[in-house]
Ligand binder design. Sequence first.
Ligand code: DX5
Ligand code: ZN
Length: 217
Amino acid sequence: MKYYVSASVLSADLLDMRSEIKKLETNGVDMLHFDVMDGIFVNNITYGLPVLEQVRKVTDMTLDVHLMITDPLRYVERFAKAGADIISFHSESASDVRETIKTIKNAGVKAAVAIKPNTPAETVYDLLPDLDMLLVMTVEPGFGGQSFIFDTVEKVRLIRKRINALGLNCDVQVDGGINYETAPIVKDAGANVLVSGSCLFKAEDMSEAVRKIKGDS
Ligand code: DX5
Ligand code: ZN
């Protein structure tokens, strides 16, 4: 399996985003993970459309946008226009899930559904044929730097099993608490896109950190 690392810039130096992006580009990071929080769906507020537009102007990296907002359908077209390559939204949010997937795809962007740690795998089985990626949250969404919730591993395994049984080409992303200890565990369970924030940005040598997370060193 080919593994990808998506860097959560929530842990970057936000006042020096331009050089942080350069650092990602030159250290083997595959995607830039952009966490959007509205203070309602989760208990935190981050950044949104104008920041994404500016990021888009300075990089060709895959922009992996994770919407933790209450009515994503209302905003997905604007995030697509602002430069997203992949848009994830939560199945637990207020919008019609199928309509939101359709709207993202019609905007020419890859569609992903995200689920919180307590949301069962079965709730997304019927959606898998329509998705480019399924995001399993391995911490409660809202903050970087939290500890991995080990109970979510079984869910990753169930979802990967289902994807394979259906013969689908759907990525499984994990987000939250991914580090050198937890990366092998989620990969073994079937995740192939690993989000990392604090572990990557704290590393002294980012390219070595990427290699260690992917497991090829
Ligand atoms: C949490 C965010 C994550 C977070 C990951 O709600 O969705 O993307 O920034 O950060 P780490 O890797 O530090 O857990
Ligand atoms: Zn995220």
